[in-house]
Design a binder for this molecule. Structure first.
Ligand SMILES: [Zn+2]
Length: 374
């Protein structure tokens, strides 16, 4: 039995993306990761900035999560991805995979914080941001985007699964029931395997057996197995990413001379991750179509740059930016020019070249005109 899925965003209107804090000094700690890092520490960074449009669809898709320096530069420019305390990922997963990933990261952060002896004053563990945590948010944004691409028919289900990145989503899917004999047999096999392992105490052994039995009847699935899984992921994770959007006061502190504007609050509640989830949600609201730039291959909805006062050139959907449009035009020009010149050298007439290349003669004359004869 198969079903089709329909996505809407309630209440069905686009919400303007609010400013998030950006522009701080970003310091990199434990860059080689020998103490559980790398970590980023943001100093200052209360400058209100609205993230560039389509940031989730452009820069986020290209971020190299292995590149520590790139991450630091990204954070300094656009702000911190992810709210402190995992506030924007669904918390409904109890004590399994999801929280194992989170706990590991939190543990590394806490132990680094406890042993930190530098002169930099950290306010709390929350100011120490593990790169791993930021990377998880990047993975989530990319997986969410791919689900929308799948929904719009741009990616197949297999495409999405083979590029699946995040380690947070999973479901428990009940197995078809085992017979009591099969169950007992598997339990015995597991107990024998445990006995062969050294250094496991009685208590630990009992715990593991209990977990084994649980997982045996409800295995953890951490990769989507069917389209419904993709929709379930979008449903849970996009909802959690959007949970901070409600009416709120935003208060800025402005210097008398107007030179500096910053948030009054230390940590504004809307994070960059939330803002980027909102960018995606706004695209879903308008049923946005992703285009692939014919020059650089990047995804985009509207051309960036060159548009004034929020007006976008909906017509030009071939290139992601004026730069790519220009580069492509130059490339075409050079290609045509050398093709036309070749024909001319072979002795073809202007008329013949125009016919061959399906262009008018005026254009061909420009291509084959010797440079010095301007
Ligand atoms: Zn481009």
């Amino acid at each position: 039995m198969s079903a089709r899925f329909h996505i809407t965003i309630w209440p069905g209107a686009q919400i303007p993306v609010p400013p998030v804090s950006a522009g701080g000094e970003v310091e990199l700690l434990d860059a080689d990761g020998s103490k559980g890092g790398p970590f980023l520490v943001i100093e200052g960074g209360r400058e209100p900035r609205v993230p560039p449009e389509e940031l989730y669809l452009r820069e986020i898709q290209e971020l190299d999560v292995e590149d520590v320096g790139e991450f630091a530069a990204f954070t300094a420019k656009y702000g911190r991805l992810g709210a402190s305390g995992w506030g924007e990922v669904p918390g409904l997963y109890g004590n399994l995979l999801h929280s194992r990933v989170r706990n590991q990261i939190d543990k590394k952060r806490d132990s680094y914080f406890d042993s930190y002896e530098g002169d930099l004053f950290l306010w709390s563990t929350h100011d120490l941001i593990p790169l791993e945590e930021i990377a998880l948010h990047v993975h989530l944004l990319r997986d969410l985007t791919r689900v929308w691409e799948y929904h719009k028919g741009l990616l197949s289900f297999d495409d999405v699964v083979s590029s699946w990145e995040n380690r947070l989503w999973y479901i428990l899917r009940p197995e078809p029931e085992l017979t009591p004999e099969e169950e007992a047999e598997q339990e015995q096999a597991y107990r024998r395997a445990l006995e062969e392992e050294d250094g496991i105490g009685e208590e630990e052994r009992a715990l593991r057996v209990r977990r084994f039995l649980e997982e045996q009847t409800q295995p953890i699935i951490d990769r989507p197995e069917e389209p419904a899984d993709l929709y379930m992921f979008l449903h849970e994770f996009l909802a959690a990413g959007l949970s901070d959007f409600h009416a709120r006061p935003i208060i800025y502190k402005v210097q008398d001379d107007g030179t500096s504007v910053e948030f009054l609050e230390e940590r504004p509640q809307v994070s960059l991750y939330g803002a980027l989830c909102l960018q995606l949600a706004n695209h879903i609201v308008e049923e946005a179509v992703y285009h692939k730039c014919e020059k650089c291959g990047r995804l985009f909805v509207r051309q960036r740059g060159g548009a004034k006062f929020g007006q976008h050139r909906m017509k030009s959907v071939l290139y992601c930016s004026p730069e790519c449009a220009r580069a492509k035009a130059q490339q075409e020009y050079r290609k045509n020019k050398s093709q036309a010149t070749r024909y001319a050298k072979e002795g073809l007439s202007v008329e013949a070249i125009a016919a061959k290349m399906d262009r008018d003669m005026e254009q061909v004359r420009k291509w084959i005109k010797p440079r010095e004869a301007k």
